[in-house]
Ligand binder design. Structure first.
Ligand SMILES: [Zn+2]
Length: 346
């Protein structure tokens, strides 16, 4: 397994220091599974801006919110009775209903909380547990009625800076035979790895990350946590591995419990470091034949200039599909590790 780093140095004359010559480092990295590249650069990064969430909250409620308790049962669609006799799946505060703008034939939305805006550090593990478990219940019901679900994808865009059109915490969940270029690329590479070695890539990755120690964070019972070698976010990603689970329906309520125990540690880090927005994506195979352990990424999102509403995705990511990160993954791991070590992993 190769963790390939290609360091670069740029020579220039620095206007901040009377045009003295300096060199500025950057790095290209290749993903050990797919070979996909990513860049680490612009280390200056700067202070993360403090956002006025009260103003965002007020603006987002100006025209009402369809996911708030007073509206949700009135304005959201229901499933046909063969999928859900009650019309919508519910557990705790979480509610699943069909997506009015579906991504595929079976496409739903899971509202996570009754509260409209929740600061990342204020989510409870139970809220995420209920939302994820009831999402998987939807997938099981789709499988029962439709006989197969292919890839069951669970994704979250939290806060507008992560691509959400509504502030109210919710998940996009859908089953599809086309899981997207990234996951498709991972699965093809994982199958090739298995053909070449007779081994599951993810098992070897976990061993290697534990041995290297630079990006391994720890585990919350059954779930293992690492900072990926090649991040997708401009700040960084965290990856959860579900050992020996090969499809979304293989995840047990215990697995989800263990995942959420790690997730709230990440959310707590976000609260401490002025991070407000994140994506979560679950990456499952269809079955063991895909040779891919279920894994999930939490990817931090934000703006590079809040005054101008500048998004964190620019041409390098949008058009050249080259992920670009401003922090070394090993540095992010060092910042996050205390959050995984300071509490019981129960
Ligand atoms: Zn709301």
């Amino acid at each position: 397994m190769r963790f390939e780093r290609i360091p670069r140095e740029t020579r220039l004359l620095d206007p901040r220091n009377d045009y003295a010559p300096i060199t500025i480092p950057s790095e290209i990295r290749l993903d050990p599974l797919t070979g996909f590249s990513g860049r680490i650069a612009h280390f200056a990064g700067g202070q993360r801006p403090v956002l006025d969430l009260d103003a965002l909250n007020a603006a987002s409620l100006a025209h009402g919110c369809p996911f708030c308790p007073e509206a949700i049962l009135r304005v959201t669609p229901k499933f046909p009775a063969d999928i859900c006799p009650e019309g919508r799946f519910s557990r705790g505060e979480a509610l699943v209903f069909p997506n009015l703008s579906p991504y595929d034939a079976h496409s739903a939305v899971t509202v996570v909380t009754q509260a409209h805006l929740v600061r990342p550090e204020n989510f409870s593990a139970q809220q995420w547990e209920d939302a994820l478990n009831v999402s998987i219940e939807y997938f099981s019901q789709v499988r029962r009625v439709e006989r197969h679900i292919a890839y069951g994808l669970i994704a979250a865009n939290y806060m507008p800076m992560a691509g959400a059109s509504l502030v109210h915490p919710h998940l996009q969940i859908y089953s599809t035979e086309r899981p997207g270029n990234w996951l498709q690329g991972q699965i093809e590479a994982a199958r090739q790895y298995y053909q070449n070695t007779g081994r599951i890539f993810w098992e070897d990755l976990l061993k290697e990350e534990k041995a290297q120690g630079e990006r391994y964070l720890g585990r919350t019972e059954s779930v293992e946590w690492v900072v990926p070698f090649v991040p997708l976010s401009f700040i960084g990603d965290i990856e959860a591995l579900f050992p020996h689970r090969f499809s979304i329906l293989e995840l047990t309520t215990e697995d989800i419990h263990d995942f959420c125990q790690g997730l709230i540690r990440i959310l707590s880090y976000m609260g401490d470091t002025h991070l407000y927005s994140f994506n979560i994506g679950f990456f499952p195979g269809q079955s063991m034949d895909d040779r891919t352990w279920v894994h999930a990424r939490v990817s931090f999102r934000g703006t590079v200039n809040p005054t101008l509403h500048s998004p964190d995705v620019s041409s390098i990511r949008q058009l050249y599909d080259d992920p670009f990160t401003t922090l070394y993954p090993e540095e992010l791991a060092a910042e996050l590790r205390p959050y995984f070590q300071s509490r019981d992993s129960s």
